[in-house]
Write a protein that binds this ligand. Structure first.
Ligand code: SAM
Ligand code: SF4
Length: 366
């Protein structure tokens, strides 16, 4: 049953009317399946109207799983001694990034733990080497660093920076990221914007102790900071962390946060996160039907990818490139889907988006 008030609130938000913090909480806190479907449908329509049917692909290279931080939720945390650690060499990272082009990818995201081995100068070398050989847009996602690093990397040619705020609850943040403060993370996000980066942020949905009020505050932060990209993913339990006892986040709750964010922010890039795909094999497909418009294929070499275990099940989302390419060609012929990826020469493409596109007729890939 869909309450009249719920219908009306979703309809007026879809038409562009501002939502108060109470409205956001009201939309978020429904547990009624039919109301959720109304919300997802409205977000899908806003996505279509504001950013169109193209799904943007951003290749991600996970170049080091070494981390000086000890976030309670993350498998890469410093105290996880069971993890096999790796650091790709500069040559390997540049080669992996260059492999993005033949896969039809125009953007590469360079992600790692907070790894001090990658000094300001080494990251500058990396950016320059990639920019010299390709016209790829470079997104950095290497955690919190001093202002001088962000400045130097922007000057060297980095285009975007991805730094999730994780949770807008200072108490939760402090408890889950020992030694770190929410205020510092928000300061870093403001610096990045001032320096001219396109800034991506985002949250984790379903952290132990997190309430709907906390999630509503996350959405308010998204409005306030006007991010260029917002990653909204469920919490996935990692057995080798202090949160091994907790429960996974729920997909529907994650999709509600995503859908409200789409309806409010209109044209922000919203990824269908890998974590959603790990939680449920249809997770990314469902996210693409509830407001998402970006997928981030993992282009880390497979020998390293298996060790980037933020949470279990990540490396499983892999599809052989030949299979992907054959599928793409078949789609082009059969469904009239525009296929602009040039996949010749690619080694692997990781994705369950194959299923997503099979179901989303009319979606174009760029
Ligand atoms: N070290 C950088 C940082 O923390 O910003 C970038 C790498 S970190 C592995 C990337 C993201 O993984 C984090 O922003 C966090 O949201 C997400 N993450 C870590 N552990 C997670 C978990 N157990 N479930 C879901 N997302 C998780
Ligand atoms: Fe390190 Fe980032 Fe994981 Fe925290 S979330 S432990 S900073 S890799």
């Amino acid at each position: 049953m869909v309450r009249e008030e719920y219908w009306q609130k979703v309809r007026s938000a879809k038409e562009g009317q501002k939502l108060s913090p109470e409205d956001i909480l009201f939309l978020l806190s429904t547990a009624e399946r039919e109301e959720e479907e109304v919300l997802f449908g409205a977000a899908d329509q806003v996505r279509k109207d504001c950013v169109g049917d193209e799904v943007h692909l951003r290749g991600i290279v996970e170049f080091s799983n070494c981390c000086a931080q000890n976030c309670l939720y993350c498998g890469l945390r410093r105290d996880n001694h069971a993890l096999v650690r790796y650091r790709m060499s500069l040559v390997e990272i540049v080669a992996a990034a260059k492999n993005a082009r033949p896969q039809g990818l125009g953007t590469v995201v360079l992600q790692s733990g907070e790894d001090p081995w990658f000094t300001r100068e080494r990251v500058i070398d990396l950016i320059r080497a990639i920019k010299e050989d390709t016209n790829l847009a470079i997104t950095l996602s290497v955690g919190e660093r001093p202002y001088a690093d962000y400045l130097a990397w922007k000057k060297a040619g980095a285009d975007r920076y991805l730094l999730k705020h994780e949770t807008h609850s200072p108490t939760l943040f402090r408890g889950l990221r020992p030694g770190r403060e929410l205020g510092e993370r928000l300061q870093a996000l403001r610096w990045l914007r001032e320096l001219g980066y396109e800034v991506g942020s985002g949250n984790i949905v379903g952290l132990p102790g997190q309430t709907d009020e906390d999630l509503a505050r996350d959405i308010q932060l998204f409005i306030q900071y006007d991010f260029d990209m917002i990653g909204i993913g469920p919490f996935i339990v990692h057995p080798q962390t202090p949160l091994a006892w907790a429960a996974n986040g729920q997909l529907n709750r994650t999709l509600k946060v995503l859908a409200i964010t789409r309806i409010i922010t209109r044209d922000t890039n919203l990824p269908a996160t890998t974590a959603a795909g790990v939680l449920d094999q249809n997770g990314r497909r469902r996210a693409l039907s509830a407001g998402a418009n970006v997928v981030m294929p993992d282009i880390t070499p497979p020998n390293y990818r298996q060790h980037y275990q933020i949470y279990p099940g990540k490396a499983r989302l892999t599809l052989d490139c030949q299979e992907f390419r054959n599928w793409g060609r078949a789609q082009e012929k059969e469904a009239g889907i525009e296929w602009s990826c040039e996949l010749e020469g690619a080694e692997t493409v990781c994705m369950d988006i194959r299923n997503a596109f099979l179901e989303l007729a009319g979606v174009r890939i760029r």
